[in-house]
Every structure is written in C-alpha cells, then in structure tokens.
Design a protein around this ligand. Structure first.
Ligand code: ADP
Length: 445
C-alpha cells in the first residue's frame, strides 16, 4: 500500500478519499484553491497545499501545479476523485511520466472509453448491444438527416467527447435535427474542444441502469451489481437506488455479465461503471463507460458492504482482488439523494452563499457524505453538490420511509436546496411503484 497520496479534488469526494486513506493508514496531501482555503475538510488532511485562485483552470484543472504539489510533498500516487481531471487521459499520462501512480485506469483505456464512438465500437466487438445509431462520427447535417431518416425519429445527437449530460440534443423531425446539429457542434467544440458528433435512436421513457466494476492489474474483474439512476433532470442524476426495481434476476445477471465482458475487452483496471439504457420493453443498450469513481458509489457500498475507495487504492498499489464474484451480494436496498444548493422553485438556479444553520440527519441506516456545515460558504465557482444523503434498509418501502424521515430532519438555511424536491419525489406514488424513467422529473415538475 502507498504511504502517502495526493488528492486532486475538493468537497465531499476529497473528504471521502481522506476517510478511506485514514482507515488504510495512508497519509494524505490535499490541494485546494483560494476559494476553499477555509474549508473544514482540509483539517482532516495530513498536509494541504494551495495551488492557485478559485478559477478551476488556475487550480483544480491545472496539471503543472498539481504535479508540482505532488513532487514537493513526495507522494506516491494521486487520486483524482470525480469531475475536474478524473477522466483526463493526458493527466494520467503525465502522472505516469512523473512516476506517480494515477488511482484510476491507464491513459490508454481512458482514451478509448472516453471517446464514445470508439466505446460503441468496442461494445459491438464485445457482443454488447448498442442503441441503433451512426457507425462512427457524423460529419455534417446532410449525413445526420439521412441517418435519422433510416433509424427513425426521435434521435439524440451526442458529442463523442461529451460528459456531464452536456452536448446532447433530441430531435423529433428533420427541421429540429438541422438546427440541433449545428448547436450541438458549437457546444461540443467549446465545452470539450472536440466538435465530433454521433447519432443514436432516442429511447423514450428509458431507464438508466449502470453496473459497478472493479478490475485489478492481473486481469481479474468483478461486478458489484447495478444502480438505477433513472431519476434525472436535464440528463443529470438526482436520486439513485440499488437494486433497480426494474430488473428481474435474469436480466440483472445478463446486464452485469455484459458489463464485465466490455471492461475485459478494454483491458480496464480499477473502479469503473458501465452505463446502459433500458427501453420500455426492457431491452438494454450500452450507453457509455465512466472511468472514475462515481458520485453515487455509496449505494453500492451499502448493499455490498464493500468499500470502493479502499479498493481503488489497493488496486492502484498493485494488490489483487480478493473478492470472489459469488461472495458479492446485494443485501437490502440503498437510496441516495443528491443535495444541491439549487432552488427548485426558481428553475434550479444555483444558490451560493453562507450556510447559517445546518442540522444533519442521522439514525439507523442513514449515511451523510458531505463537506458542508454551519458557517460553510458555498462558492459559485464549483458545482452545486453540497452533500449526498444515503439510506440502507432491508426492503424498498423501508428505505423510502427512512429517506423521507432523514430528509425531513435535514435543515440547511438560508440556502435553497433540493431537499424539498427529493422529498416530493420520494412521496410520489409513481416512485413508490418504482415506475420511473429519465423523463419523469421533467414531466412531473
Ligand atoms: P453523459 O456522459 O453526458 O452523462 P450519457 O451518454 O451518460 O451522457 O447520457 C446521459 C443521459 O442522457 C442518460 O442517462 C439518458 O437519460 C440520456 N440519454 C443518452 N442517450 C440516450 C438515448 N439514446 N435515448 C434516451 N436517452 C438518452
């Protein structure tokens, strides 16, 4: 195991990584921007280094500054968390060149899977069903219109290098498609510095189900079952749960086996997630691979009893997986609500500012992953996630009741948050029945 690592991230995930390291006896160096200088989680680190101003390009996205911090503090590895540089293959390569272990997959598999067109081809090769769509990238409007006619509307235009729910456009007819294509191209060029687009059949009322994977350097791969992340707003997850209420055991096994086949074909190492979409007939299609730890990883930890962060560190340090597939069981039901500093009554406008009152929930089966507290100032510079509320109970009705109770206990003032929205969703009869899809929130609220 490493003796000291650097955490190239902030907020709740930085704290999550510190906690795993502490339990493993690994020292932590946490880098921070000037905007985070007063953050309480920094006190939990063994060392902290300021790497620049609030602007991400000057700090959390600045590779030379992070590498300098790593060299000065003499760490053996870097954990990138999620977001920022977590899926940046160039960063992983620089770490490699500097003889610092990158706690994640190799730059090669990140590059391969980060390109969604290549990932679709790989899935095909691994005999994993993909949604009908373009063979490769689509060059122009004409080509897109011809293809859309062939696969049938509605279609979704996606950026090859896309992520975070951005750069996607749904088109219901040719007029739509032509303007959407142009806009998507411009957005992709600005957001991802890569204007390459591809086309897929848009699956209406789809469910998003993803499979958690762990793979070691010796080629051992296990899955830790699925998470249902169908509750989304603008393609961003809001509430996640496991097991998925939509799957029966046969389909669950099939999906998980497909995910393992795919990551084996990519020679993938470390923790990763294979995302699928399920159509109304419960046919599943590969969507993408996320080559990092995900925000929603705690629900998998709760039902399997396996600490994913610790395994990320062990795998990067060269340890082999001691977990056998048949011993990895889903026990009970876990749900996660993302608590964002946003105003649901006002178009989900971000609500930065100082938290004056922070009363956190607790009790049996409740886990709260947060870096926030009374007196914490939410910066407008970073994403609005201020915490993740997770519950774990024996059955789904018990988990729902527990989550409702925990949300009712949770008070963050005067900042507006998504606590009220989560409570409304949890109280909705459609949610109780498990009959939800990726469009449910937008249709209902
Ligand atoms: P990102 O990497 O930006 O998160 P994904 O490919 O994972 O993009 O898609 C995010 C979400 O967009 C999915 O969970 C789903 O809600 C929606 N989506 C993507 N592709 C399709 C599709 N072909 N049909 C229906 N919805 C889709």
């Amino acid at each position: 195991m490493f003796s000291k690592i650097l955490i190239a991230n902030r907020g709740e995930i930085a704290l999550r990584i510190i906690r795993a390291c502490r339990e493993l006896g690994v020292q932590t160096v946490v880098v921070y921007s000037e905007a985070d200088r007063n953050a309480a989680y920094l006190h939990q680190a063994d060392e902290t280094i300021c790497i620049g101003p609030a602007e991400p390009a000057e700090s959390y996205l600045n590779i030379p500054r992070i590498i300098s911090a790593a060299e000065i503090s003499n760490v053996e590895a870097i954990h990138p968390g999620y977001g920022f540089l977590a899926e940046n293959a160039h960063f992983a390569e620089v770490c490699q060149e500097c003889k610092i272990a990158f706690i994640g997959p190799s730059p090669e598999s990140m590059r391969l899977l980060g390109d969604k067109v290549q990932a679709r081809n790989l899935a095909k090769h691994a005999k994993v069903q993909i949604a009908p769509g373009s063979e490769g990238s689509v060059e122009n409007e004409e080509e897109a219109a011809k293809l859309a006619e062939k696969i049938g509307y509605p279609v979704i235009i996606k950026a090859s290098a896309g992520g975070g729910g951005r750069g996607m456009r749904i088109a219901h007819n040719e007029v739509n498609l032509r303007s959407a294509f142009h806009n998507a191209q411009t957005e992709a060029a600005t957001a991802f510095k890569n204007s390459e687009l591809y086309l897929e059949k848009y699956l209406e009322q789809a469910r998003h189900v993803e499979v958690q994977i762990l793979a070691d350097q010796a080629g051992n791969v296990v899955h830790l079952w699925e998470r249902d992340c169908s509750l989304q707003r603008r393609h961003q997850k809001v509430i996640e749960e496991t097991p998925s209420p939509a799957l029966d055991n046969n389909l669950r096994e099939e999906l998980c086996k497909a995910a393992v086949r795919l990551v084996k074909a990519a020679n993938y190492v470390n923790a990763g997630t294979v995302e699928f979409l399920l159509d109304k007939k419960m046919k599943y299609y590969f969507s993408e691979v996320n080559t990092r730890i995900q925000v929603e990883h705690p629900i998998t930890e709760m039902v399997t009893g396996i600490d994913l962060l610790k395994w990320q560190l062990r795998i990067a340090a060269g340890e082999h997986l001691k977990l056998r597939q048949r011993d990895i069981k889903q026990q009970g039901v876990a749900i996660e609500c993302r608590i964002n500093a946003e105003d649901p009554a006002n178009g989900f406008q971000p609500c930065p500012g100082r938290i004056e009152r922070f009363i956190s929930p607790g009790g049996f089966g409740v886990r709260l992953d947060t870096h926030a507290h009374a007196g914490y100032v939410i910066s407008p510079r970073y994403d609005s996630l201020i915490g993740k509320l997770i519950v774990h109970q024996k059955t789904r009705p018990e988990a729902i009741a527990c989550m409702k109770r925990a949300l009712q206990e949770f008070h963050i003032e005067p900042i507006k948050t998504t606590i009220s929205l989560c409570l409304e969703i949890l109280s909705h009869p459609q949610f109780s029945k498990g009959k939800i899809d990726t469009g449910f929130i937008e249709r209902t609220w």
